[in-house]
Design a protein around this ligand. Structure first.
Ligand code: SF4
Length: 184
């Protein structure tokens, strides 16, 4: 029998550590918040977008998420809800990767493809995207990809992300000229 004990890392504990680090908190994020963030990518998004705002963070920790969404009308529109969910899911994938960023040359190649892409559009006037602008720097491009809902400039810089569309001429590749991935 092996005397080496296998240590299983609880994904929740792992997410708790990453969230606590990203939110720059002196104490660990409460586990009920971590559980909610894992279940609800939109809630995770709001946590990350509020990382420099202690008052807002406290409110998110204490207040039910449903009450926090003031603009339910927009969220209920199918297209907006769909892309917002995709956008939030990408943030969850990013958090689970340890917030790993793309190599600069990879970023440039991706972003050049996005700039030539017909799917790059202005974001809808939706509260989620209004909040999203708060976490991208003012000199960053604020357009989104209308297939996945992500801020394209930000998405290009996230190592775990992939372009959702097929390359117009290169079979098996995305518009970023990268192999298509199966999303988690
Ligand atoms: S991620 Fe892909 S589909 Fe979306 S804007 Fe960029 S190149 Fe176009």
């Amino acid at each position: 029998m092996s005397n080496i004990k296998e240590i299983s890392i609880d994904p929740l504990t792992s997410l708790q550590a990453k969230l606590s680090q990203e939110l720059k908190l002196e104490q660990q994020v409460p586990m009920y918040v971590v559980e909610k963030a894992q279940r609800d990518p939109s809630y995770l998004y709001h946590l990350l977008s509020s990382k420099n705002n202690p008052i807002w963070l406290r409110m998110l920790f204490n207040k039910p998420y449903e009450d926090f969404i003031a603009d339910k009308h927009d969220i209920k529109k199918p297209k907006v809800k769909e892309i917002a969910t995709e956008f939030s899911s990408s943030l969850l994938r990013w958090s689970m990767s340890g917030f790993k960023q793309s190599d600069h040359n990879v970023f440039l190649k991706r972003w050049n493809a996005c700039k030539d892409c017909p799917h790059l559009i202005q974001p809808p006037a939706n509260r989620l995207y209004h909040l999203g602008r708060r976490i991208i720097s003012s000199n960053s491009d604020q357009r989104i990809c209308n297939l996945c809902g992500c801020f394209a400039h930000k998405k290009c810089n996230i190592a775990t992300e992939s372009c959702p569309d097929s390359h117009p001429t290169l079979k098996g590749l995305t518009r970023w000229s990268e192999p298509k991935k199966i999303k988690i």
